[in-house]
Design a protein around this ligand. Structure first.
Ligand code: NAD
Ligand code: WQD
Length: 341
């Protein structure tokens, strides 16, 4: 059974990917420092997959710790690197925290396994596109100047990986540019665990619906979109997890010789903020209260992905729609309200 190192594997997307790895017959080895997760997620994963995956609590920005990990786990065939700080606003206030954590962690893991034939999947983001000139945005669209230190860490990480491959490493690398991951596993045992007031739309919606937050503020309805609110490409986190399995399988394929490639992970459909609110109400039967507020600085007006390459080359496409995204997010919020972490 192929052993896959999953850094940040107790996080939101990582935990869902661990489940899909097991479903696909892989053996995940989780590494996480719990800086933005909770050890109880390991128990939740255990309930879903029926056994407890190997877990190392360690800080990947600690070079020595990562070197000893590689000695303890020398026979991994793949690495999925989720571990990073991801809060855009915080990155503006604390850029060095983000550059140190996100770059030290990436470089330490790359160095520790350097020379081995490793299939590496990297968590990138559609944030690298900024506001695309053409929609839907394709993978060969120009990378725009980053709007935040966080976005910059993703852009520079992609360059680091390309430079490493071009220098003749033994790594095969696939960067996955996620659009907007939302939703939760249909067991409602794992999902997004926002700390503090959620900055993202869907967790704020579910917390508003359960009564933890007040009315939703729609950040602007004067954009050049059909209903005036911003448009995004929301993708179910379970579909996202399956895409990581597809990326590993592509790199494992006989004759696959591409050193570095990248894929958009979205549905290919744009959904506005007001449409998300409506979809939540229709799929859950819950009535939401919202108000229109000022635009949020840094928001792009509209972005959704061209997913042709992912369908044709990655052999993957999203299967779950906005209704499933909303209902699963709501079920997870209800679970959390009865068994708070
Ligand atoms: P998350 O914060 O839930 O998961 C990241 C995990 O990494 C957390 O469990 C955290 O404890 C861990 N971690 C962070 N720094 C670490 C370190 N130094 N050592 C060990 N563990 C560390 O975030 P997520 O939403 O699951 O995102 C996963 C990846 O996907 C991130 O790289 C993020 O930038 C990227 N991404 C996320 C989104 C999104 O909207 N969620 C969109 C695009 C890209
Ligand atoms: C979606 C839309 C808001 C909250 C962010 C990061 C990106 C990636 C995904 C890490 C926007 C609107 C939101 C609210 C609102 N993260 N909104 N009221 O900004 O597209 O992407 O998360 O990689 O890097 O930038 O997602 O969920 O914050 O916002 O109206 O209370 O919802 O203006 O149009 P975003 P989001």
């Amino acid at each position: 059974m192929s052993k896959i190192l999953v850094t940040g594997g107790l996080g939101y997307i990582g935990s869902h990917t661990v489940v899909e790895l097991v479903n696909a017959g892989y053996e995940p080895v989780i590494v996480d420092n719990l800086s933005n997760s909770n050890i109880k997620i390991l128990d939740q994963i255990t309930h879903i997959i029926g056994f407890t995956p190997v877990f190392y609590e360690l800080d990947l920005s600690d070079e020595q710790a990562v070197k000893s990990l590689a000695l303890t786990e020398p026979d991994v065939t793949g690495i999925i690197h989720f571990a990073a700080y991801k809060a855009v606003g915080e990155s503006v206030a604390l850029p060095l925290k983000y550059y140190q954590n996100n770059f030290y962690s990436l470089i330490n893991i790359l160095q520790a396994y350097y020379g081995k034939a490793i299939n590496l999947v990297f968590s990138s983001s559609c944030t690298v596109y900024g506001q695309p000139d053409v929609l839907p945005v394709t993978e060969d669209a120009p990378v725009k100047p980053a709007q935040s230190p966080y976005g910059n860490t993703k852009q520079i990480a992609e360059e680091i990986l390309q430079d490493m491959v071009n220098a003749g490493s033994n790594y095969k690398v696939i960067a996955l540019r996620y659009f907007n991951p939302v939703g939760a596993h249909d067991s409602a045992l794992i999902g997004e665990l926002p700390i503090g007031v959620p900055q993202n739309l869907v967790p704020f919606i579910t917390q508003s619906a359960i009564g933890k937050r007040g009315a939703i503020t729609v950040y602007g309805n004067d954009y050049d979109t059909p209903d005036g609110s911003c448009i995004r490409d929301y993708i179910h986190v379970v579909d996202l997890g399956k895409a990581h399995v597809a990326a590993l399988k592509l790199m494992e394929g006989a004759g696959y010789a591409t050193g570095y490639d990248m894929f958009n992970l979205g549905t290919g459909n744009g959904t506005s903020v007001l449409q998300v609110i409506k979809a939540f109400e229709e799929s859950t039967g819950e009535k939401l209260t919202y108000q229109i507020g000022p635009r949020r600085p840094g928001d792009v007006e509209k972005v959704w992905g061209d997913v042709t390459k992912s369908k044709k080359v990655l052999n993957w496409q999203a299967e779950l729609g906005v209704e499933a995204m909303m209902s699963s997010a709501w079920n997870w919020e209800k679970y959390l309200s009865q068994s708070p972490f």
